[in-house]
Design a protein around this ligand. Structure first.
Ligand code: 13P
Length: 257
């Protein structure tokens, strides 16, 4: 049985010092939670990964560590990039790939995303693949088609370069819902999640028992988390803005689990 999963994507926020007080508060809250029933993952900026990983160990916290991005080469002359090996050494078990902010602001294409998924899996990192439609695509009724294309491309399904999808996480993040306070209705999220599960089954890459966990992201907060989590194919949340406060993020975990 897979656990509900809550990921805090801090994006380009928090210094090392700020992350450490965050973890002290998590420690307090976890002591009151049945934490074997939930998976909590933090995705700090690169500079804080090592110290967050170290503090998680020191405090014996049941928290996973994720990077927000990686580069698709192991080493070499790629100024400013970070390789999967470096992330593993820093203590990461997960890596977010294909976030819409990277696709839109840093020119990340489906072709780049698939390389990143490949090197992440090769290095033993669990990819958290982000997919989702723009406001325009939604208005044109293209949501399911866009998500389907992104999932199939990222996992290279058409070229039969199939990955072990049961090891991957997918997060459905409609672009128009990110940081806007606007969200789809829970039943609309459920519909997209069902579609993603369906893609995996069609590709024959999945046993019924090993369904990949599918998260929702986009303006998740304390008020809306429970309704999303009630949907049968929603396995967790990828939280941006509301995860910057440890108190709020831990409330979201508690309300959603
Ligand atoms: P917000 O929760 O701030 O809308 O961001 C969602 C997101 O992009 C998580 O990756």
């Amino acid at each position: 049985v897979s656990l509900p999963c809550f990921v805090a994507n801090w994006k380009m926020n928090k210094t090392i010092e700020e992350t450490l007080s965050y973890l002290s508060l998590c420690k307090k809250r976890f002591s009151h939670l049945p934490h074997q029933d939930v998976e909590v993952i933090l995705a700090p900026p690169y500079t804080a990964l090592f110290s967050v990983g170290k503090r998680i160990k020191e405090l014996s916290l049941p928290i996973g560590l994720s990077a927000q991005n990686l580069f698709f080469k192991t080493e070499g002359a790629y100024t400013g990039e970070i390789s999967p090996r470096m992330l593993c050494e820093a203590g990461c078990q997960y890596v977010i790939i294909g976030h819409s902010e990277r696709r839109m602001q840093f020119g990340e294409t489906d072709a780049i995303v698939v390389e990143k998924v490949q090197v992440a899996l090769d290095a033993g990192l669990i990819p958290i693949l982000c997919v989702g439609e723009s406001a325009k695509e939604r208005a044109e009724g293209k949501t399911l088609a866009v998500v389907k294309r992104q999932v199939k491309e990222a996992f290279c399904m058409d070229k039969h370069r199939l990955f072990d999808l049961s090891r991957c996480l997918v997060s459905y993040e409609p672009i128009w819902a990110i940081g806007t306070g606007r969200t789809p209705m829970p039943f609309e999220v459920e519909r997209v999640h069902q579609e993603i599960v369906q893609i995996f089954h069609e590709e024959g890459n999945l046993h019924a028992a090993s369904r990949p966990r599918i998260l929702y992201g986009g303006s998740v907060n304390e008020a809306n988390v429970a309704a999303f989590m009630e949907e049968p194919h929603v396995s967790g949340m990828l939280v941006g803005g509301a995860s910057l406060s440890a108190e709020t993020f831990m409330n979201i975990v508690q309300l959603g689990m």
